[in-house]
Design a protein around this ligand. Structure first.
Ligand SMILES: C[S@@+](CC[C@H](N)C(=O)[O-])C[C@H]1O[C@@H](n2cnc3c(N)ncnc32)[C@H](O)[C@@H]1O
Length: 383
């Protein structure tokens, strides 16, 4: 019955409100807020976040629970979107959840509320993070969640193999696996042919070892562009974890006023027979399938998938922009197929925009190129 369900289902907004987590729309607002909560810790944190000084961000940001929750205002929108997505997954009925890199326990405590019959375990290498997490669980009166200070690499020494039916990691693996470099690429298929995975499979093998045979691994990692998503999917597969592309999603959120998107990757041990590029196209186009006809335009990953789907083409003309003192480069190109003229503006950092015009629409194509060049001209000379 709906009233009963409504009463039982905890609300995410209320959760953030109870914890006094503010929504900050700018960096200035964020620093004002955290300084108001603890000026000493804020002063210590600022040079670490701005990379003016080296040190352990997590030990400082988790100096006290109130300060840790104030800092959370940076990622509030992201975490809210992620938890909203979790709430919508009616098929999730976990009995034992492991959260990798749980930090101050904000997400794990939500899982404990959302899945009251499950046992939740959060692990992190940060001592202060785990201290805050335990304090948060106590403050919320939760008895089905526990936190441990453990390095990810040592997890198999602490927990039985195949003992978690849901494993979750949110923005943890870019730190666990060491610095992961931003992929530079012009063509996704070519890039993934040369760089299929993140290399060493020992990390994700640990996830596979701890997961039950029919368990689910949910990751919402820092996969900044489609090349990262492809590498992540291939790395999972190398560790016997297959991406279930139908169940994956992309969440929208804002970070201090800037709109952002992040993929949620769902993996299990069940074979799918779907190759990575096929699965990725499904993920990036499932809300709006690609239609190859004149007048259509696409951005981001969709543009690249549309470009490849257009098949054989002839290069007509092009310009490029090499951003001075930076590795960013842009290309502005016109291509021709038997049916269309294509204007393709793309960058080596993942930027993509594609316009499909009718065959012979050279003037329109030139105008679009000029428009795109003008938008980017402040970045450097176009040749
Ligand atoms: C970017 S934070 C993300 C925290 C949290 N999942 C979130 O979404 O806000 C990364 C977390 O991973 C933890 N971490 C990094 N390397 C780790 C390791 N080798 N073992 C356990 N935790 C680790 C850090 O201490 C930190 O709490």
């Amino acid at each position: 019955m709906s009233i009963e369900t409504k009463q039982r289902k905890p609300r995410i907004s209320a959760y953030f409100k109870t914890l006094g987590i503010k929504d900050c729309k700018s960096k200035r607002g964020f620093w004002k807020h955290v300084t108001g909560v603890d000026s000493v810790l804020a002063e210590e944190l600022e040079p670490l976040i701005c990379r003016k000084k080296k040190g352990n961000i997590y030990e400082v940001k988790n100096g006290t629970l109130p300060f840790s929750l104030a800092v959370e205002s940076w990622t509030k929108s992201f975490h809210k979107s992620f938890l909203t997505w979790i709430n919508q997954q009616k098929q999730l009925k976990p009995q034992r959840i492991l959260e990798i890199g749980c930090d101050n326990g904000l997400l794990a405590c939500w899982y404990a509320t959302r899945f009251p019959d499950a046992e939740i375990i959060g692990i992190d290498q940060s001592g202060n993070g785990i201290r805050c997490a335990k304090e948060l669980a106590k403050q919320l009166g939760l008895t089905n969640v526990s936190f441990y200070r453990i390095d990810f690499m040592d997890l198999r020494e602490h927990f039985l193999l195949n003992s978690f039916d849901l494993i979750i990691s949110v923005r943890a693996f870019h730190e666990i696996m060491g610095p992961l470099f931003f992929p530079k690429y012009w063509s996704l298929p070519d890039y993934l042919k040369e760089n299929p995975t993140y290399g060493d499979s020992k990390y994700l093998q640990i996830v596979d070892d701890l997961l039950t045979e029919d368990g689910t691994y949910l990751s919402c990692e820092r996969l900044e562009n489609p090349a990262d998503v492809g590498k992540w999917a291939n790395s999972l597969s190398q560790a016997n974890l297959q991406v279930q592309w139908d169940d994956c999603d992309i969440i929208d959120y804002h970070e201090l006023g800037a709109n952002k998107r992040s993929p949620i990757i769902v993996a299990t041990k069940r074979q799918t027979g779907i190759i990575t590029l096929e699965g990725m196209e499904h993920l990036y186009t499932k809300d709006h399938p690609i239609v190859l006809e004149s007048g259509k335009c696409y951005s981001g990953a969709k543009a690249e998938f549309a470009y490849h789907r257009l098949g054989e083409k002839t290069f007509k003309s092009g310009h490029y922009l090499d951003v001075p003192n930076h590795w960013h480069m842009f290309r502005f190109e016109i291509w021709e197929t038997s049916s269309f003229l294509i204007v393709y503006n793309y960058g080596n950092m993942g930027h993509r925009h594609l316009d499909i015009l009718s065959a012979g629409a050279y003037l329109e194509a030139q105008l679009l190129i000029e428009e795109a060049k003008e938008k980017s001209s402040h970045l450097g000379p176009i040749v």
